[in-house]
Design a protein around this ligand. Structure first.
Ligand SMILES: [Zn+2]
Length: 163
């Protein structure tokens, strides 16, 4: 990797998710590719799900942070295929989510059950790790999260439900 490319990735690695400031857009798995195309820099991103209101913020942050370190012409290319999956989220990012108080998404396709309202699944409490939790609302602090409460420690918490 050449030094300019490294600088781009280093910069992207400092940009937090607008909704979850403890993890970066790279850890979330949203940034798919960095390419120098003729005289501009192209960043390929895959939104966590179409219609996620945070995506515009992602794009603005990526462009403005790269502008600050000297990349004046940054263009965002949005790629929906293949679709983003929580499997692209690193284990480190999952652990950061849990410490932050958000139950990380489960690996695999079972997560779709939560999104499509086919019934709540077992979600472990990020505070005490009890699985004795219940769904309060399909929509937590943002559309990407569902609100749960823990019967063991009585805390409420967000579950990151993007597929
Ligand atoms: Zn708990």
């Amino acid at each position: 990797m050449n030094s300019k490319m490294q600088q781009v990735w280093d910069t992207l690695n400092t940009i937090p998710d607008p909704e979850i400031p403890v993890i970066t857009v790279v850890e979330l798995g949203v940034v798919r590719a960095v390419d120098f195309v003729e005289d501009f820099l192209q960043i390929t991103i895959t939104p966590t799900y179409s219609g996620c209101p945070a995506m515009k913020q992602f794009e603005d942050d990526i462009v403005s942070e790269l502008n600050k370190v000297g990349f004046s012409d940054v263009r965002i290319k949005t790629n929906f295929d293949p679709a983003w999956t929580t499997d692209w989220m690193s284990d480190e990012a999952r652990e950061k989510l849990r410490v932050y108080g958000i139950a990380p998404p489960e690996r695999g396709s079972e997560d779709k059950g939560v999104l499509f309202l086919s019934g709540p699944k077992k979600v472990a409490c990020p505070q005490c790790r009890s699985e004795d939790t219940k769904l309060i609302s399909q929509f937590g602090s943002t559309a990407c999260k569902a609100l749960y409460s823990c019967n063991a420690c009585k805390e409420t918490f967000d579950y990151f439900k993007c597929i």
